[in-house]
Design a protein around this ligand. Structure first.
Ligand SMILES: *C/C=C(C)/C=C/C=C(C)/C=C/C1=C(C)CCCC1(C)C
Length: 255
C-alpha cells in the first residue's frame, strides 16, 4: 500500500515535470515575479498532495474519503499550475479562462467536501450533495460563459453570483449548515466553520477579479495573476488542511 502510494506520487511529480525539460522553451526570467509565483504555488500544491495522500491511512475510515479528495484537489491544481506556468513563461500571459478548466473540477470537489465531512459523522443526505454540486457548477458555467465572451459579461457575472449565494445559503442557513450546527461533533463544527469562512472570504477574490478584469477594467493582468495564485494557495491548501485537522482530531490521533 505504501509502495503503491509512493509510486503514484512519483508518477504525478514526473508528469508535472515533463513540461519543463524542452530545450526550445523560453526560460523563466529571474525578475518575472508572476512566473515565480506560478512556480511557488505549483510546488506548494505538490507538497500538499503528497501530504494528504500519505496521511489518508492515518485517519479513521469514515474520514478517508474527505482527506483523499483534499489530495485530489491539490493534485489537479498542481498539474494545472505547471501548464499555466509554462504558458505564462512562453507568452507573458495566462488567460483567466484557463483557470476555469481547473476550477470546473476542483471547485465542485471542494463543495462535495462539505457533504463528505457531514457524511463522516453520519449527518449527510443526498439532497445536500446535489445542491452543493449544482450551485458550484452554475457559478462556474455562468462565469465561464461571461469571461469567454459567449454571453454578456454582466449576465455571466449575475449567474455566477447567484450560484455562489446559493452555496453560501446552503452552508450557512440551509440544511447542510443546520446539520453541522446540530451534529454535536466538535471537530466537524470547527472544520465546517473554517471551510465556510474560506468559501465566503477567500472565494470573494474571484468575483472581485471578474469585476475588475472584465466589467470595470483597471487591474493589470500581472497583478490579477499573482492575486489568483495566492488565493488558490489559501483556498485549496488551507481548505484541505482544515479537513485533515478535523479528520485527525476526530480519529483521536495524538500528534
Ligand atoms: C481553487 C479554485 C477556487 C476555489 C475557485 C473559485 C472560484 C470562484 C468562487 C468563482 C466565482 C465567480 C463568481 C462568484 C461570480 C463571477 C464568476 C466567478 C466564476 C469568477
Amino acid at each position: 500500500m505504501k509502495k503503491l502510494k509512493l509510486f503514484a506520487l512519483t508518477a504525478l511529480a514526473l508528469l508535472g515535470a515533463s513540461g519543463v525539460a524542452n530545450a526550445e522553451t523560453v526560460l523563466l526570467s529571474t525578475d518575472d515575479f508572476v512566473g515565480i509565483s506560478f512556480w511557488v504555488i505549483s510546488m506548494g500544491m505538490l507538497a500538499a498532495t503528497a501530504f494528504f495522500f500519505l496521511e489518508v491511512g492515518s485517519v479513521s475510515a469514515a474520514w478517508r474519503t474527505s482527506v483523499t479528495v483534499a489530495g485530489l484537489v491539490t493534485g489537479i491544481a498542481f498539474i494545472h499550475y505547471m501548464y499555466m506556468r509554462g504558458v505564462w513563461v512562453q507568452t507573458g500571459d495566462s488567460p483567466t479562462v484557463y483557470r476555469y478548466i481547473d476550477w470546473l473540477i476542483t471547485v465542485p470537489l471542494q463543495m462535495v467536501e462539505f457533504y463528505l465531512i457531514l457524511k463522516a459523522v453520519g449527518k449527510a443526505n443526498s439532497g445536500m450533495f446535489w445542491r452543493l454540486l449544482i450551485g458550484s457548477v452554475v457559478m462556474l458555467v455562468g462565469g465561464y460563459l461571461g469571461e469567454a465572451g459567449y454571453i454578456n459579461a454582466t449576465l455571466g457575472f449575475v449567474i455566477g453570483m447567484a450560484g455562489w449565494f446559493y452555496i453560501l445559503y446552503e452552508v450557512f442557513s440551509g440544511e447542510s449548515g443546520r446539520a453541522a450546527a446540530k451534529s454535536g461533533n466538535k471537530a466537524l463544527v470547527t472544520a465546517f466553520g473554517a471551510m465556510r469562512m474560506i468559501v465566503t472570504v477567500g472565494w470573494a477574490i474571484y468575483p472581485l477579479g471578474y469585476v475588475f478584469g472584465y466589467l470595470t477594467g483597471g487591474v493589470d493582468a500581472n497583478a490579477l495573476n499573482v492575486i489568483y495564485n495566492l488565493a488558490d494557495f489559501i483556498n485549496k491548501i488551507a481548505f484541505g488542511l482544515v479537513i485533515w485537522a478535523a479528520a485527525t482530531q476526530a480519529s483521536g490521533r495524538r500528534r
